[in-house]
Design a protein around this ligand. Structure first.
Ligand code: CA
Length: 714
């Protein structure tokens, strides 16, 4: 600890106020923006008015010690201010930082905004000018989850893979590096963390064939200090580390050709006592496995939690949640540190509720598995063998070898994905936003490498939503979500709040015995942390994915949330997504305080859209092939079965359906590349493009007929 930070900590302890420590220039007395360092993050509880890093503290419990707002007075919470994000009406996933009265929040397309945390007034904004074509590399929307702060700079990862250091006073870039390897189709959507002057960042893209890694850049200069590859490279070349040499024994075939996968796209966390960095790793490429692949092919370190030394990135331990992951069960979900009394002894643990449906508690010094229990319905594995640490996988789940369909619970959206969970040291409960959405896994008969689009080996066309109304209704009935309060010691759910809809927001817990969560119904809700009783809600005019934070300015406690819907499920799930969130999708930051009197403007009037497709005259053969092409190249963004989801253009209503000209200019020539709709001319011929158009016309016609037949609602 430096002199300055030690003095800073002492001053903070004495003053117990927010602001000013270590960030006042000696010569001018002017506050220096974002003057955050490790000592300050370590002592974050002494300045509960601030939110200094992604999960507030290094342990990322997302617990605010503030209690001006509590279970008794939360009914008086009202809007203090709102800020309309000048960005696309797409997924907004950012956790804001609040440092000495300034909020730093990101939006879609990796845009960064500095706002006055008391008023919402814009101080500056930075548009990193992500090219529209980067959107096609994003599995899960053009989202960004936030920045890190360190010694006057902010660190922003961009969708096209750059890491930018930004002067927190001016909003001007200080340095910029490309974190991607040449030709890589990876993206950055996660928030960097800074540990001991290392800016830590990974990337996303397992579905597109990348080789995953976590990088550490020097916070001052942008120099690469170390990089940990999560999967071994070409074995004809020397392995980078002994850990990778060992890991290579768990692979078969020519895994390095498509890249192997193993992306570090969200969780990165630091334990200062053990001086370890932990991070989550995603699935391998592709999802589906060849029938001839040996059963012992675990594919390390995919779908694993890894611990490395903070200064060097040297391997310490790993725990693989899903060996030979065939179901997109990334272990990238948020990680959280806590000290828990387990069997009469205090244990320093790390916890995760990854997509695979099990809640894991590990000893964080050794990686020893302490418990693993299903936090939601799981049918791919009933339990985890505590002796081996391996899931007991159901034979039916091995769809690649079995052929046919495996209706997996959880689906690839996960029982819980990136949406932050929270832990209250008061209730000793972990609050997990849970998603219930099954998915039909069917291996592609002839897996095809695609230059653009997903290389999952899974047949999205065969698994697309049937148009039979009864089948549709049955599938929709199984689509739900809830907020679970999980006791990680007793290993059971203590309460749950049903949400009805699956794809909801992250969570914050507070010392006021409250848990806040935004949801797809377009509301921010406060629950009693100990019982789950719903105490308060406010409309948000958009469905919510991001997690709220709480902070304090001039003695007033605020609860802030970024709203705006999209993300993986929000784009890809077609009708299932379209019908499970409110229609309006106005991207904003909202801040609430007791007796806040601001209000949101009335919702703009929306002209009802009328389905009016050209005549459906194509042959069954053309429509069938068009359907296959659509689900191979288009559905990830425009939605299953060409239904749209209310986020990106619903193609059934497209004016371009009227003729091959405009349609082809868009699909083949890239007319709308600036919006993220790239040219598919490497992939699709003009005839292919026209067959997709024929399929969309067919779908629009089907739905127009169904609308005409349905009873009118008033
Ligand atoms: Ca994945």
């Amino acid at each position: 600890m430096s002199h300055r930070s030690r003095a800073c900590t002492a001053l903070l302890a004495a003053a117990l106020t927010l602001a000013a420590c270590g960030n006042k220039s000696a010569t001018t007395g002017v506050l220096k923006a974002a003057a955050v360092d490790g000592a300050r993050i370590e002592a974050a509880d002494r300045e509960p008015g601030n939110w200094l890093s992604y999960g507030r503290t290094y342990d990322e419990q997302r617990f605010s010690p503030l209690k001006v707002v509590d279970a008794d007075n939360v009914k008086d919470l009202g809007l203090a201010w709102s800020y309309d994000l000048p960005t696309a009406h797409r997924g907004q996933e950012s956790t804001p930082l609040v440092i000495d009265g300034v909020m730093y929040v990101t939006g879609a397309w990796s845009k960064l905004f500095a706002l006055d945390a008391k008023t919402g007034a814009l101080k500056w904004q930075l548009d990193p000018k992500v090219p529209g074509r980067a959107a096609v590399n994003a599995c899960c929307d053009v989202v960004n989850r936030g920045v890190a702060a360190w010694q006057g700079k902010l660190y922003l990862g961009t969708l096209d893979g750059r890491l930018i250091a930004v002067d927190a006073d001016s909003g001007k870039p200080a340095w910029e590096v490309n974190t991607l390897q040449p030709g890589s189709r990876a993206t950055i959507t996660g928030a960097p963390r800074v540990v001991k002057g290392h800016v830590l960042i990974g990337n996303a893209g397992a579905e597109l064939g990348i080789r995953g890694y976590l990088s550490a850049y020097d916070a001052d200069t942008g120099k690469l200090n170390w990089r940990f590859y999560t999967v071994p490279g070409d074995p004809s070349k020397p392995f980078e580390t002994p850990a990778l040499e060992k890991a290579a024994k768990s692979w078969s075939g020519e895994w390095w050709q498509p890249g192997g996968g193993g992306p570090v796209w969200d969780s990165i966390i630091y334990d200062s006592k053990l001086d370890l960095v932990y991070f989550g790793v995603g699935n391998s490429t592709p999802w589906a496995r060849g029938k001839d692949q040996p059963a012992n092919s675990d594919q390390l370190f995919t779908s694993s939690i890894i611990a490395v030394k903070a200064d060097t990135g040297e391997y310490v331990w790993h725990y693989q949640t899903t060996p030979r992951d065939q179901w997109d069960y990334d272990a990238d979900s948020p990680l959280m540190l806590a000290d828990l009394n387990i069997d009469g002894a205090m244990r320093a643990v790390i916890m995760q509720a990854p997509k695979n449906g099990f809640f894991y508690v590990l000893d964080r010094a050794t990686g020893e598995l302490l418990s693993a229990d299903p936090y939601t319905a799981t049918n791919w594995a009933k339990s985890v063998d505590m002796k081996t640490g391996r899931p007991v996988i159901e034979p039916a789940a091995n769809y690649s070898a079995n052929g046919g369909v495996f209706m997996a619970m959880p689906g690839p959206g996960g029982g819980h994905s990136w949406q932050p969970m929270a832990f209250s040291p008061v209730t000793k409960l972990v609050y997990v936003p849970v998603m219930e959405a099954a998915f039909p896994f069917i291996a592609e008969a002839a897996p095809k490498h695609r230059e653009l689009g997903w290389n999952t080996g899974v047949d999205f066309n065969a698994g697309s939503l049937p148009q039979d109304p009864k089948v549709k209704a049955a599938i929709k009935a199984g689509l739900k979500g809830h907020l679970a309060a999980w006791d990680p010691v007793a290993r059971k759910e203590v309460w749950r709040a049903e949400l009805g809809r699956p794809w909801n927001g992250g969570v914050v817990a507070t010392a006021g015995n409250l848990v806040f969560q935004g949801n797809s119904n377009g509301e921010l809700v406060a629950y009693r942390a100990d019982t789950g009783e719903r105490l308060w809600s406010s409309p948000t005019q958009a469905a919510v994915l991001a997690a709220p934070i709480s902070y304090q300015v001039d003695g007033e406690q605020y609860v802030a949330i970024e709203v705006g819907w999209g993300g993986a499920f929000g784009l890809a799930a077609g009708e299932l997504a379209r019908d499970t969130h409110i229609a309006s999708n106005l991207p904003r930051v909202l801040a609430f305080k007791l007796k806040g009197t601001a209000s949101l403007p009335p919702l703009p009037a929306v002209e009802p859209m009328v389905l009016n497709p050209p005549p459906d005259e194509a042959t069954v053969v053309v429509v069938t092939h068009g359907k296959w092409l659509y689900h191979s190249y288009c559905s990830t963004c425009h939605g299953d079965s060409a239904t749209g989801t209310g986020v990106l253009p619903d193609l059934r209503y497209s004016a371009a359906l009227g003729g091959a000209g405009l349609w082809s200019q868009t699909v083949i020539e890239g007319l709308r590349e600036m919006n993220g709709m790239v040219s598919f001319k490497l992939e699709l011929s003009p005839a292919d493009s026209d067959q997709i158009r024929a399929y969309v016309i067919h779908r629009a016609s089907e739905d127009k007929k169904a609308e005409a037949a349905a009873p009118k609602s008033h």
